[in-house]
Design a protein around this ligand. Structure first.
Ligand code: GLU
Length: 334
């Protein structure tokens, strides 16, 4: 074993979630997200001291359903500050699983670094039978200090799997295997701290990204409207009236909506709101000009990004331009 002071430094940024949650045995009652501090999480996994010198910082203490742009901007700033320290090898972020994919993708687009940034959570509270948090945290630290994980963007580690921020999605309400990377597969596996690398990320990220949080106090407002049989256009108009600069349609099938909603969305696009067509299906590519004439209506196709991730990219895109063609190009690149 390496002497402790020669181990790599890793900054642990804690935000809450079930990994820091407690629950009385025998039911849902008594569940409290974010009840444990960052230091308490580390105390539960003394084995991480064999991998790295961890320095814990509490950035937030929330269930990730309460994650918002204020915490994102603070988290990104704290992560960037840690990454800019030359002898910090990587950053591990504990986070609730509900919105982890959005936070991971946001950080993947704004952090300027080649160092590993690893988000980790748990599906079972720290006090549950077979809590999954301690092993997930141990594995996350192992990934954060692994030299070959540099340059791979922001990662999510859970259930022995390593996912790319762009690809990962939560797909199950309760199971520990909830995270899936359905389109382009896993970054790799990690068993008891042993890392097996499978793939490199395919799209632009972190150090190569044109986005940043520099000078950003807020993100542009982007709303998501979910499509269904018999959908009515009022919610599209309401989003525009509420001041949305962008609108993501969680469309049926190939990012589709009915004629009335298409007309309302086209009206919004004509008024300068960026309309991005994504899909509620959970898989597949939404392509331009197949079922809907995006050129004529001024829409943007989300390609593989699910509605929540399309919203993140659109928020950042709107910090650069309001030209739908330029934004479509960003959906090809990121
Ligand atoms: N809603 C909580 C959260 O996202 C619980 C889910 C979890 O952390 O696994 O923080």
């Amino acid at each position: 074993m390496q002497p402790a002071n020669s181990l790599p430094r890793v900054r642990l940024l804690a935000t809450g979630g079930t990994i820091a949650g407690t629950q009385l045995l025998g039911g849902k009652r008594g569940y409290v997200a974010a009840a444990l501090s960052a230091d308490a999480l580390l105390t539960a996994v003394p084995q991480v001291a064999q991998l790295a010198r961890l320095e814990a910082e509490q950035v937030a203490a929330i269930g990730s359903q309460d994650m918002d742009e204020t915490v994102w901007l603070k988290l990104a700033a704290r992560a960037q500050a840690a990454l800019d320290e030359s002898d910090v090898a990587g950053v591990v972020i504990t986070h609730g699983t509900d919105t982890m994919e959005e936070t991971a993708f946001f950080l993947n687009l704004v952090l300027r670094t080649e160092k590993p940034v690893v988000l980790v959570g748990a599906m079972r509270p720290a006090t549950a039978i077979s809590a999954d948090g301690p092993m997930n945290l141990f594995n996350a630290v192992a990934v954060a200090v692994h030299p070959e994980m540099r340059g791979r963007g922001v990662l999510v580690v859970a259930n022995d799997e390593i996912h790319f921020a762009r690809e990962v999605a939560k797909t199950n309400t309760t199971q520990v295997g909830t995270f899936r990377s359905t389109h382009r597969g896993l970054a790799g596996l990690v068993h008891s701290g042993r890392v097996h690398l499978y793939a490199a990320p395919v799209r632009r990220h972190t150090a190569a990204s044109d986005f940043s949080i520099d000078g950003l106090a807020h993100l542009p407002r982007v709303e998501i409207v979910y499509a269904y049989a018999g959908m009515r256009p009022e919610l599209i108009r309401a989003a525009v009236q509420a001041g949305a600069a962008g609108l993501v349609l969680a469309g049926v099938g190939d990012g589709n909506v009915n004629a009335a909603c298409r007309a309302a969305a086209a009206e919004a696009a004509k008024a300068g709101v960026i309309v991005v067509r994504s899909s509620r299906t959970g898989g597949g590519v939404v392509e331009r000009n197949i079922e809907i004439d995006d050129d004529a209506l001024g829409f943007v196709a989300a390609e593989e990004l699910n509605p929540a991730k399309a919203r993140v990219l659109l928020q950042l895109a709107l910090t650069r331009t309001r030209d739908p063609r330029a934004i479509q190009e960003m959906f090809h690149v990121y």
